[in-house]
Design a protein around this ligand. Structure first.
Ligand SMILES: [Zn+2]
Length: 279
């Protein structure tokens, strides 16, 4: 995981009055695990009555407000990676086949909108995210996505042109998947190991081409989040262990992230990184 010094300096300067020393010292690589680690037993959260002069409440809609709304999660279990097949097709998952009490936040595309507060929100709230990017957007707005990468976010592959792959030739699919993987590797210093087909549409050729381009698994999703609302795909309307939540780089991404975090918390789960479970 690479952390750009510039990003860390900017973040530390901006947040020096807001973060504890231990949080600042933790560094971006630690953030994904930090979301489960507060409050610690030695530092109980202050109660309103313990404060002689109440601090002003953050303005709704401000970054401080979003951070203040993030629930405190149970500590995430040590990840137990899913066994992967040694040969043959790579797996295609709607959700990860695990019982561990974690769920996964994924953000797709990248070309439509990039709300400016999102990188700081992810940094300050220690939100573990996977970004499935289209490589042209990743290239055009690389600085934005590198800020999220510096906060522990991981870039994965979502093709070049965002066309449906199902039914297309192996050569076409390989060009879309490998071409994007090559570009993302150049831009972010790490070759993608996960692939998500546009619209979730795929066939057996997609799994073959994705494997040949370096993917260990192909991911669909189990819930979508849009304009601050979680859309469940089961009647129980609850996030289950291993679920994968899909949102997009769209104008309401701050609300989508918060809605996802609250839904994961309501289910008694903790957000985790896909890449800790698919190795
Ligand atoms: Zn997409």
């Amino acid at each position: 995981m690479s952390a750009t010094p510039t990003r860390r300096i900017i973040a530390a300067t901006t947040l020096v009055a807001l973060l504890t020393l231990s949080a600042c010292a933790a560094g971006p690589a630690f953030h994904a695990r930090q979301i489960a680690a507060q409050p610690t037993p030695s530092t109980p959260a202050p109660t309103p009555s313990a404060s002689p002069s109440p601090t002003p409440r953050p303005t709704p809609g401000s970054l401080d407000w979003y951070v203040s709304q993030v629930p405190t999660f149970p500590e995430a279990p040590p990840p137990q990676p899913v066994p992967l097949p040694a040969t043959g097709p790579i797996p295609f998952w709607y959700r990860l086949p695990i019982d561990q009490k974690v769920a996964f936040i994924t953000i797709d595309d990248g070309g439509l909108a990039r709300p400016p507060a999102v990188p700081d929100f992810i940094w300050r709230a220690r939100i573990p995210v996977t970004m499935f990017l289209n490589s042209p957007a990743a290239e055009e707005y690389g600085d934005y996505f590198r800020q999220i990468q510096a906060s522990g976010g991981i870039v994965e592959n979502h093709t070049i042109r965002h066309t449906s792959l199902a039914g297309r030739s192996y050569d076409y699919q390989k060009q879309e998947i490998c071409g994007s993987a090559d570009k993302l590797e150049t831009l972010f210093g790490k070759r993608p190991t996960l692939f998500r087909p546009p619209f979730g549409e795929y066939d057996s050729t997609t799994l073959e081409a994705a494997r040949d381009c370096g993917a260990k698994a192909v991911l669909h999703w189990s819930e979508t989040v849009h304009e601050g609302k979680v859309r469940y795909q089961t009647p129980e309307k609850v996030i289950r262990p291993g679920d994968v939540l899909l949102m997009h780089f769209r104008p309401a991404l701050m609300d989508d992230l918060l809605a996802a975090l609250k839904a994961i918390h309501r289910a008694g789960l903790t957000p985790a990184l896909l890449q800790d479970y698919i190795r």
